[in-house]
Design a protein around this ligand. Structure first.
Ligand code: ATP
Length: 201
């Protein structure tokens, strides 16, 4: 089974592209969703996070205050590394379990891994599919979708791997820079899906 990483910067359009693959019945495993599941109330990792990063991150309903945790590690590389050392192995384990549970003969799986480069996970996949988008457009989309100010949006974009380093790591690129409408993006995805199915089967 061919393992394709779908990656791209924040608000580049990864979810949009993953949904287009899903309309073609491609199996999609989303590491962002896994990252949320492993810290849901009752999960052992959650109490570890409270212990390491502070019990004040526990909201009244017992869930994790993700926004405050994000802010806390944002400008503290050492804290961020500690968080990743706790969460990444758990995310990886669930990702492997979900891959192993796919039906026999599945030609390929799309693994949505936003922080592929930052986590150094290129060796876990066979190909890298990049959703490429200019930083100015990422910022615009963040402002519109999340209602944040331009300064915050730029800081979020700049804290990630550079557009250039992502392009260097990519085997395939989908330009989601506003030049293609949704129908054209769908056609691009159909072509890739056909290629991945024939390579993987
Ligand atoms: P995140 O990194 O935050 O998870 P993402 O990479 O999954 O984001 P999306 O949520 O797919 O990105 O897209 C970001 C925003 O931009 C969304 O509001 C989405 O609807 C919009 N968007 C993405 N691609 C397009 C497009 N081709 N045309 C119009 N709007 C788009």
């Amino acid at each position: 089974m061919l393992r394709i990483a779908l990656t791209g910067g924040i608000a580049s359009g990864k979810t949009t592209i993953a949904k287009l693959f899903q309309t073609l019945d491609a199996p999609v495993i989303d590491t962002d969703a896994i990252a949320r599941e492993i810290v849901a109330p009752g999960q052992p990792l959650l109490s570890e996070l409270f212990r390491v990063f502070g019990a004040d991150l526990r909201r009244a309903d017992g869930s994790l205050d993700r926004a405050t945790l994000r802010q806390r590690v944002f400008s503290e590389p050492e804290l961020r590394r500690r968080l990743e050392a706790i969460t990444h192995p758990a995310i990886d384990a669930v990702m492997q379990q979900q891959m192993a549970a796919l039906p026999e003969g599945t030609p390929y799986v799309l693994l949505v891994i936003p922080l592929l480069l930052e986590a150094g996970w290129q060796d876990r996949v066979d190909r890298v599919l990049l959703v490429d988008c200019p930083e100015t457009l990422q910022v615009q989309r963040l402002i519109t979708r999340d209602g944040i100010d331009a300064d915050t949006a730029w800081r979020m974009v700049r804290s990630q791997a550079s557009r250039e380093s992502r392009r260097q790591a990519a085997d395939d690129v989908i330009a989601n820079d506003g030049s293609l409408d949704l129908a054209e993006l769908g056609e691009r995805v159909r072509r890739l899906d056909r290629r991945y199915r024939s390579t993987g089967s």
